[in-house]
Design a protein around this ligand. Sequence first.
Ligand code: NDP
Ligand code: 2IT
Length: 449
Amino acid sequence: MVNKFDEQIQAFMRKTELRNSNEPEFIQAVHEVAETVIPFMTKNKSYKKANILERLVEPERVVMFRVPWFTDKGEYMVNRGYRVEMNSAIGPYKGGLRFHPSVNLSILKFLAFEQVFKNSLTTLPLGGGKGGSDFNPKGRSDREILCFCQSFMTELSRHIGSNTDVPAGDIGVGSREIGYLFGQYKRIQNEFTGVLTGKGLSYGGSLIRPEATGYGAVYFAHQMLLKNKMDFQGLSVAISGSGNVAQFVCEKVIELGGVPVSMSDSSGFIYDKNGIDTEKLKFIKKLKNIKRGRIKEYAAHYGCEYFKDKKPWGIKSDVAFPCATQNELDEESAKELVKNGIKCVTEGANMPTTPQAIEVFHKNNVLFSPGKASNAGGVATSGLEMSQNSLRISWTREEVDSRLKDIMIGIHNTCVEFGKDGKQINYVKGANIGGFIKVADAMIAQGHV
Ligand code: NDP
Ligand code: 2IT
């Protein structure tokens, strides 16, 4: 994007890069926000005067710690644990924990930074944070996972609390891990409290939280399609990933009459031309959540194509949901999707689309929504779980789902309000400015903290 604010944006980025060297993912996330928020701040002098953006890119606190644990064979292992407490202007720090060997400070700072804007967009009182570890859960036994989670929480418990910082799941952290983490927190603090979200239903979890990120992303995409006089009926849908977010995107797409044709994991993707239906999705859920197997087993079972080490962006589809990880959809993939007639790309993952790929979508008038808007349903429903925990009541499935839908429609409206770009809606701009205002106003009101 070339605009008259280029010089200001570049100056800001130079300073940010100097202070955060060797953090490419964080710089990427900040750059995307700076491109849209700096022009906005220029027209709104109070933000510029308060130097709000420079404050926003500085985490309020970063905790890094040693996580010692044992394998079943009695080997002594050690990993690194983190919690990035980015911004608490509008509520307690809130955001997931990621267990993946790639985890480092750059990745967690980018995720925590995105989370600040995302949480603001939900309209709920949630600040932004993110944490995790470079621990690799793949191939680990249940007992090893328990041992790791207990050690991780032994240190993390000093830094979190239901009014301070409320973690949840992310890549490699699902309901099993949240259960183990919660159990250890409760032992240490002697307190049964809503300190984590994504909990099991028997101990304070919310209905619809497991489904929420995926369902929310489809609700958001539906709004984008409706605004352009389309809906999911008969559309073919490419999904990457086969974890929590991907599974429930798939489920809701089927419900709305769309035809999911792909899912993936880090080893490759399956292409099922006949469509993944409810029965086949049940197989995937069992394969991934219980057997903890690989997606290629789906291809063997249903006799469809499997592409090893490839991503599903070369296949023909009308709508794409990248739901695996950051930077999984690059410029070349975006061009392939455009060539094959893609109409809408909705991010289920955090920052899965590279800046160059976003530009390809914008240039070709493809509807594109950034994760901080379209995957906000997960954290929004975490916010609803916190409310239920505080009230000590549980809402019905219908109640939570209807609140989730309203929140996603609200976020879509915010993006439309702030994202106007000629006749088009630039959802990146809309989400950044829409998320920025509430946080910036709160920081100024609290004395620029
Ligand atoms: P899961 O761990 O349940 O699933 C992750 C999926 O993505 C798996 O299929 C995994 O494959 C694949 N994947 C992970 N890392 C890579 C990689 N480096 N390269 C290729 N594939 C990869 O995680 P979630 O579904 O919860 O999270 C997916 C995305 O959605 C993440 O970006 C996360 O930050 C984001 N998100 C999650 C929310 C939630 O509530 N869970 C909320 C909002 C966003 P494999 O099993 O082979 O590793
Ligand atoms: O990226 C995200 O929004 C999440 N992983 C969910 C965070 C949460 O607190 O539910």
